[in-house]
Design a protein around this ligand. Structure first.
Ligand SMILES: [Zn+2]
Ligand SMILES: [Zn+2]
Ligand SMILES: [Zn+2]
Length: 360
């Protein structure tokens, strides 16, 4: 695909949240990070003492929801045994941000993604992933409806020890929070500012750019071509309704975002047809990631419009999306201290590698 990509060294500003930036430096020797050792994946189908495996349902707190039914469940939701947010403590005076919310009011649920203990997303069927996305939607809806104080319901998944998964059985989590997490807060407020200036959703603009961008950058002194952007160079996968892109300035080297192609602010409004399409895009994106980086450990987060008063006028400016953040290396003190993350592969090269994978 790409013949000898030119070395890139530049600081890229996240267009959605300008306070976040990444140093893209592909020069050899620019390897400040320690590689995260790929964790051997637990691929067992059933594990005797695992509370999330079939036959051990009595080992978990009672089932909150299951699909399709209780006994033949394919996806099951239970209360988290070690919730970061609980029903019992009443909170006042919370500042936004996950840390401050830890003692707060909320709900914390665990979604057992699949009956099979060690199955990866890319090995689940599209039908199953459609069901899983439907369960996310149903839980978000139920949690918002249950308590008006809830401002945000965060769905996320940790896969692999480097990503913080403490139980090997594939699962994701749903946390209903009395505050809006800081990164979502920043996205919503910055995209609102962009909308006020440009009368356009910044995410829609980024999708348009990802799909059509074409530009040549010339060297100021010699006039030689420094870099060429070509059509769709950030696109990794697309379906009828969804696109998976490699963001132009992302903190994680293999980060992928999945967005609806047409403007939608709330994941809760996803239709059945869209859900199936998203399941396919997610499955193929994860298969590409797995083929390129092997045994991906990752987090994914669903970012959707918060349900609070402050953001009730942001439906035109915010665009929901799923962020997939593979953990391939450990952030250095420099990165944590400066907030400037370093990427040793350019997002364009990463996207090209992911696109080049031949899927069955
Ligand atoms: Zn299990
Ligand atoms: Zn949009
Ligand atoms: Zn986001």
């Amino acid at each position: 695909m790409s013949d000898q990509p030119k070395a890139v060294r530049e600081i890229r500003i996240n267009p959605v949240v300008p306070s976040e930036s990444v140093l893209v430096s592909t020069a050899r020797g620019m390897r400040p990070r320690k590689e995260e050792a790929p964790a051997p994946r637990d691929t067992r189908k059933h594990v005797e003492g695992c509370p999330f495996c079939t036959g051990n349902e009595h080992m978990t707190p009672p089932t909150i929801a299951s699909s399709p039914g209780q006994d033949d469940w394919q996806v099951r939701v239970v209360e988290n045994l070690f919730p970061v947010l609980g029903d019992d403590s009443r909170s006042t005076n919370l500042v936004f941000g996950l840390q401050q919310a830890i003692d707060g009011y909320g709900r914390h649920e665990v979604v057992i993604d699949h009956r099979e203990h060690g199955i990866a997303i890319q090995d689940m069927s599209v039908e199953h992933l459609t069901r899983l996305l439907g369960m996310y939607r149903d839980r978000i809806r139920a949690l918002y409806a249950a308590d008006r104080r809830i401002q945000y319901v965060l769905v996320f998944k940790n896969f692999g020890p480097a990503a913080g998964a403490s139980i090997a059985h594939t699962h994701s989590q749903v946390i209903a929070m009395p505050v809006v997490p800081e990164n979502v807060y920043n996205e919503v407020t910055h995209s609102r500012q962009y909308f006020e200036k440009n009368r356009q959703c910044i995410f829609c603009s980024l999708i348009d750019e990802a799909l059509t961008f074409e530009a040549t950058i010339y060297d100021r002194e010699s006039g030689s071509v420094r870099r060429q952007f070509s059509v769709g160079q950030y696109v990794i996968e697309r379906g009828r309704h969804f696109v998976a892109i490699k963001p132009f300035a992302s903190r994680y080297e293999w980060e992928i975002h999945i967005l609806p192609l047409t403007h939608h602010s709330d994941f809760m409004d996803i239709t059945d047809e869209e859900r199936e399409d998203m399941a396919g895009v997610l499955r193929r994106s994860m298969a590409r990631l797995d083929a390129v980086i092997g045994g991906a450990q990752y987090n994914f987060f669903l970012h959707s419009i918060p349900h609070n008063n402050e953001f009730r006028n942001c439906h035109d400016s915010y665009h929901w999306h799923l962020e997939i953040c593979p953990r391939t290396s450990i952030p250095t003190g420099f990165e944590l201290g400066s907030g400037l993350f370093v990427s040793t592969i350019s997002p364009e090269q990463a996207a090209a590698q992911l696109r080049a994978v031949e899927l069955e």
